[in-house]
Design a protein around this ligand. Structure first.
Ligand code: ATP
Ligand code: MG
Length: 428
């Protein structure tokens, strides 16, 4: 029988990696709280319709990247490829948008996209997403960007990660329903004579979703687009003002940014701000986080009643790749307090002592297979035990045990009566 392997594009996070994830998650929770975002946990699968309408049929995600299946009741179900659609669904379904309040939401969870697996691009991956629903202020856009950068800066300094300290924030405006059509027209006119020189994907985009041509990675398309018209020049006064205030706010917070006029989010309900945080360290998959405003999305699910919103998502696996260049491994090194060295005759006493210590929150391990003393000490080293507690048969008969400091090798004999208090004071 052939060996069962994991599905292509998925990852096993073993001990060390899992610890890294937990470390990152703790920072994500902590920083989210500082900016007053609240966590939500939503289903991993939803009705396909939610994503078709909420992300858009013409996007890469919906047109070719979704894991969709039919359930036993013949309903079309999709593994979530991103978190915004589900967040909006949950906010409406749970009546969070009824009051005229602002909802500041974050999530951490796995997403699923049927992409060609490569470094930094997986079929199952994790995102940290934040959404602020109910504010139309450019200062909220700035706050979302600041939170992302704050997290990355903290990780960079905690873990001594040089690569994370040199990131590139790109921003742009994609306009709104008033000005975007004018820009699309101008783009369409400018590219008309060169349409047949565009890649086949972009020829299709030209008719269906022309904005997306701007972020085509094809060399031919890139050179055609070199001097393409800029959205900002076609933006209405409101969108221009929004963008200018955002730039001011970023300056006030000392956040460096580059304006990239070709940065887009492809659908009509994306409005105004678009941003991306990139790292050269990631190579082709350079985007670490991306986001923007979606003032016209919520109305699609909310009987036409629009609620302004802005959000972003960060790829946690891409973050882990950048953090390869850091002292993460040292920072998260695990250790235990006590390794109890046992003999066949003393494992009964051992389990009693081990249990008592654990009740006092001392981390304790032992080897109930009772291998040789040498191999038990090896195991103690493997777990980075601070102390070994040796329960030798003769000592135990005498109600005594030996504590060895694993760093210095110093040994002290202790009676069972005082064992617990001696250990607790040594660990203080
Ligand atoms: P890309 O241009 O790399 O495909 P995207 O525009 O599809 O990214 P978003 O949908 O904005 O990405 O998702 C936000 C973040 O999630 C990305 O910046 C990236 O860090 C991460 N991400 C997206 N797709 C994947 C994937 N298949 N594997 C790992 N991380 C991903
Ligand atoms: Mg993608």
């Amino acid at each position: 029988m052939s060996q069962i392997s994991r599905i292509r594009g998925t990852n096993d996070f073993l001990y060390n990696d899992s610890r890294k994830l937990r470390y990152i998650e703790e920072i994500l929770h902590k920083k989210s709280r500082i900016y007053n975002f609240e966590q939500i946990r939503l289903p991993i699968f939803e009705y396909t319709d939610l994503f078709q309408r909420g992300i858009g049929e013409e996007t890469d995600i919906v047109s070719k990247e979704m894991f969709t299946f039919t359930d036993r009741g013949n309903r079309s179900i999709t593994l979530r490829p991103e978190g915004t659609a589900g967040t909006v669904r949950a906010a409406i379904e749970n009546s969070l948008l009824n009051e005229r309040s602002i909802n500041k939401i974050y999530y951490i969870g796995s997403m699923y996209r049927a992409e060609r697996p490569q470094k930094g691009r997986y079929r199952e991956f994790n995102q940290y997403g934040i959404e602020c629903i109910g504010s139309d202020s450019p200062h909220t856009d700035a706050e979302i960007i600041a939170l992302n950068l704050d997290i990355l800066k903290t990780l960079s300094s905690n873990l001594n990660c040089e690569a994370l300290s040199i990131l590139n924030l790109e921003i742009n405006t994609v306009g709104c329903e008033k000005c975007k059509p004018k820009y699309n027209d101008a783009l369409s006119k400018q590219l008309a004579s060169q349409k047949d020189k565009l890649c086949t994907v972009c020829q299709n985009r030209y008719d269906k979703n022309i904005l997306r041509i701007l972020d085509c990675k094809n060399e031919g398309c890139i050179s055609i687009l070199e001097n393409v018209v800029k959205m900002y020049d076609y933006a209405c006064d409101e969108c221009k003002a929004h963008f200018n205030i955002l730039c001011d706010a970023l300056n006030k917070m000392n956040i460096d940014f580059n304006i990239n006029p070709k940065l887009v989010r492809g659908l009509d309900y994306y409005t105004k701000t678009a941003f991306e945080i990139k790292s050269n360290y990631l190579g082709t998959q350079s985007a670490l986080a991306g986001g923007g405003r979606y003032d016209n999305l919520i109305g699609i699910f909310n009987n036409g009643k629009q609620v302004p919103a802005v959000g972003s998502a960060m790829g946690i696996e891409r973050l882990l790749i950048i953090l390869e260049d850091s002292n993460f491994d040292n920072t998260i090194k695990n250790s235990i307090d006590i390794f109890v060295v046992l003999f066949k005759e003393t494992s009964n006493v051992g389990i009693e002592i081990i249990n008592k210590l654990r009740q006092k929150n001392v981390s304790v391990e032992s080897d109930f297979n009772i291998r040789s003393i040498k191999s038990q000490f090896k195991t103690a080293d493997k777990y980075n035990a601070k102390y070994a507690l040796i329960l030798g048969p003769d000592e135990v008969l005498d109600n005594k045990a030996t504590i060895r400091d694993m760093n210095t090798g110093d040994e002290t004999k202790v009676s069972f009566e005082t064992l617990e208090s001696v250990i607790l004071s040594k660990l203080k």
